[in-house]
Design a protein around this ligand. Sequence first.
Ligand code: SF4
Length: 354
Amino acid sequence: MNGNPKPDIRSLSRKELDEFLCSIGEKPFRTKQISDWLWKKGCRSYEGMTNLSLSLRNQLDGSFSFHIMRELHRQVSRDGTVKLGYLLYDGVVIESVLIPADERTTACISSQAGCALGCTFCATGLLGFNRNLTAAELVDQVWNLNEVSHQLHRIPLSNIVLMGMGEPLLNYPQVMRAIDLITATEGMGISPQRITLSTVGIPKMIRQLADDQVKAHLALSLHAATDAARDRIIPYNKQYPVPELVSALRYYHKKTGKRFTIEYLLLKGINDSPGDARSLLEFCRNFPVKINLIEYNPVEGVDFQRSGIKKMKEFRDILESHNLVVNIRQSRGKDINAACGQLAGRTRDEEREM
Ligand code: SF4
């Protein structure tokens, strides 16, 4: 581990950068100059910031660093999905995924290294929690995947989903800061409507999202609509059972007026019966939603099996017969363990030494 005590300059908000520059006697226009270097030109060192004085560059260097992430490995799936492993400055490894589809590319990024919530179907959950990612590390993933999108598809990123490793709402301050940086006009200028925050359902933080009027789209990884079924696959549900989640989501809808997406992974014999579909119907009576039924991808060391396609369609039909909007999603990148629930940030020692 080669920890660096200086914060990454790219994790500062515009206000914090303003305050720092003011504290060393610099003029306010410097904030824009530095932001342009960081966010428009992708500058990753102070030497390159040629319109700043040497003295200012030295002062910046004395206070802030660049925690550069290094690409460790890149795997390309038969369906074009690309999984990238990144080595962070302190030796931690994370994974991000680029998913191409119909003239669009979606970046699936990680918000934490590992995850504390231990969902029993998820490869990241098996790892346990390592640490929260900083806003700069979140933005770096977006930046890098945007480059990969240009390289491979000649288009910029169309969408960003926080569905990689970790629970974004348990890293709320850094995730919000990253969204600000990604969406700011002096940042990457990506519309918040193109960002999806995916959560397993942290009631207190869902209320916080509503209070903060966060514009990103919300996706709830529900996976089961009763406590009995949900407790088996999402241990965190025992602390905050389904009625508390419903109450927080009602609050969210009332305060924002927004519809959200329910992600539902179909696991054979666990949550895929007609009774489970009816429980989901009951759950959905509380607010307007769109439902994605997701096919399960095998995870090493985990016993679950995916539901058959016939079962998935039966499940969908029950929901659709009550006028719910339902899509069946086939996971992308499953041959390279890049699909939903498969990210584990594993790397071989020789890759680290590259
Ligand atoms: S599904 Fe999400 S919340 Fe659950 S263990 Fe995996 S990364 Fe964490």
